[in-house]
Design a protein around this ligand. Structure first.
Ligand SMILES: [Zn+2]
Length: 294
């Protein structure tokens, strides 16, 4: 079973110059506007992506526009551009070849108050994009990374939306009430302190995904599985906890694997993990001033 380890988290060592790179991308090739119901994700293509790869971004944006149902207040950026609701700059680039660094994805500018993203970026190593396209996992990877741009794992910390406890410990938990409700329904329990969050995988994977040892092939664990990677009601609930309006009808069917089922899968996970070294970097997002609202 091929598993891609997806690294998340806002890296504190990223220097300010790095943030400027995130914000000052120029050279628009194509502006894609994807709208379903009223939430809109614009994908601004900045080059380096094939037509089929661009289509994958479009499909991924459509998926999140099914899940998130209401628009966010429009904002005006420093350069005068108006954003409604989220714009993501997407780019393919030569970074370090196959494996190694997969790229960079995350929110770059947040709304005042709600701290929900106005802009984000998704920049991938062209060699990795080609490989992921060939092995059939590109769409799941792009949907997964787009979730990080929208805030999953990247805006949970006390610095932002304060939706996680125990960061860095053996038992980090997501404490949003809606996700907790969906988790108890998944496991058949009554109450829970929180949803188990990744407690392994280094400073990027841990604290920013659902815990792989419990949720296995759910899309927002730190690993992409071969085959199905459902977006559960619990993941959708976590977006409601972040402040988005959501549609639970957009959820994929998902059940928590039994201990027996999971025990059978573990050997594969440990033996075949050809993509585990892929790293994805984040941006340190800035918060727009309140005056950015129109
Ligand atoms: Zn991830």
């Amino acid at each position: 079973m091929n598993k891609l380890r997806l690294i998340t988290g806002v890296f504190s060592f990223i220097p300010f110059t790095h943030v400027k790179v995130c914000l000052n991308v120029i050279g628009t090739d194509v502006l894609l506007r994807t709208s379903y119901m009223s939430f809109t994700i614009q994908i601004r293509f900045l080059g380096g992506l094939t037509p089929t790869q661009q289509t994958v971004f479009e499909v991924a944006a459509n998926r999140w526009a099914q899940i998130i149902t209401e628009n966010l207040p429009p904002v005006r950026l420093d350069n005068g551009e108006i954003i409604d609701d989220v714009r993501i700059d997407a780019q393919g680039a030569t970074i370090d070849g196959d494996a190694g660094i997969l790229g960079q994805a995350g929110p770059t500018q947040l709304r005042s108050g709600s701290l929900l993203p106005a802009t984000g970026m998704m920049r991938f190593d062209s060699a990795d994009l080609a490989r992921l396209e060939i092995d059939g996992s590109l769409l799941n990877v792009i949907i997964h990374e787009m979730a990080h741009v929208l805030g999953f794992g990247t805006l949970w910390s006390p610095q932002f939306l304060n939706l996680i406890t125990g960061e860095g410990s053996d038992n980090p938990l997501f404490i949003g009430e809606n996700a907790k409700r969906e988790y108890t329904q998944l496991i058949g329990g009554d109450t829970t302190e929180g949803v188990p969050v990744a407690n392994t995988g280094g400073p990027g994977t841990r604290d920013g995904h659902w815990r792989e040892s419990i949720f296995d092939n759910e899309l927002m664990t730190g690993f992409i599985n071969s085959g199905e990677n459902p977006v559960s009601r619990m993941s959708i609930a976590s977006f409601e906890d972040m402040g988005y309006s959501v549609s639970y009808e957009a959820a994929d069917e998902f059940v928590v694997p039994s201990t027996d089922q999971f025990a059978l899968r573990q050997p594969n996970l440990n033996l075949v993990c050809s993509m585990c070294s892929s790293k994805i970097l984040r941006c340190d997002p800035i918060v727009l001033p309140e005056s950015a609202f129109l």
